[in-house]
Design a protein around this ligand. Sequence first.
Ligand code: FBP
Length: 330
Amino acid sequence: MKNKIITIERFLLEKQPVYAHGELTSILYDLALAAKIIASQTQRAGLLDILGFADNVNVQGEEQRKLDVYADDVIYQLNNHTGRLCAMVSEEREDIIPIPMDHPKGKYILVYDPLDGSSNIDTNISIGTIFGVYQTLNYDKRGSLEDCLQPGKNLIAAGYILFGTSTMLVYSAGEGVHGFTLDPAWGEFILSEENMRFPDPPQFFSFNHAITNRLPKYMHQYIHWLLTMEKPKLTHRYVGSMVADFHRNMIHGGVFGYPAEATKPDGKIRLLYEAAPLAYLAKQAGGYGSDGTQSLLEITPTNIHQRVPVFIGNRFLVEKAEEFMAMGSS
Ligand code: FBP
């Protein structure tokens, strides 16, 4: 065994602040259970009737895939009755998700993308779940839209579940970023990466080159700068699942970008449950997330499904994108 055997349960309890009542710990632990349940499907996807489309279109106008709906349901069913949450937001549901009146409400808000990288679901390429946890702005009330429209700097925890060669859960609650690998034989998430940090020098940049022709001139200049940089010399890798590209870049160093383009002035990535949680992790791991003009963590959403241009990774690579953007718009 490579590591000391530390389960996610023990790690969460040991890291829990003395004043805590354990609700946040329990929410993170429930997400670990959701990961196991969803992994039990993704790992056998080709054998089950879980691939393909669900004959339904979500609020983004995208055809929902069966695994999108399944993962969304698992996370909802695990969290709607615990008394820890007062509302949820999911990429797959149009409006904020209230806690049923016949269940007690709590003080936390869970925002999540049940399955990021949907276009890769049917081709056995890494996909993942992204999540963020906020505290309510009004303890007396049941969850409101205002509770859900908070900037990323208010996050108290964030993370992702990666369904790849192994299933991993990576999270931060403000004290570094930690990764756990699911041991399918034990059914336990075991600590495998403690205090993850973006290493220097970085190795990779991740952009969808297919959209390059639709990008503004300054973005061409930035990507050319990435391509031609000598020290360090970067290599291009793009999975098409942001969570997987982010994970690789956090381990080896790099930058992921999904800029605004002519047909998508706000880019493609959703702020609340995709960009902000990963920007929170990036900051905890010594990196940085920006929309090209400011920190993603400073942006207060006006809509739960709003999109935002994204540059996230090693700070100097992201700040360079801001520089080119500033030059381009001056
Ligand atoms: P989903 O959450 O709907 O999967 O959308 C986000 C995403 O799949 C990212 O994970 C990925 O980086 C990007 O869209 C891929 O977009 P494109 O196919 O345009 O490169």
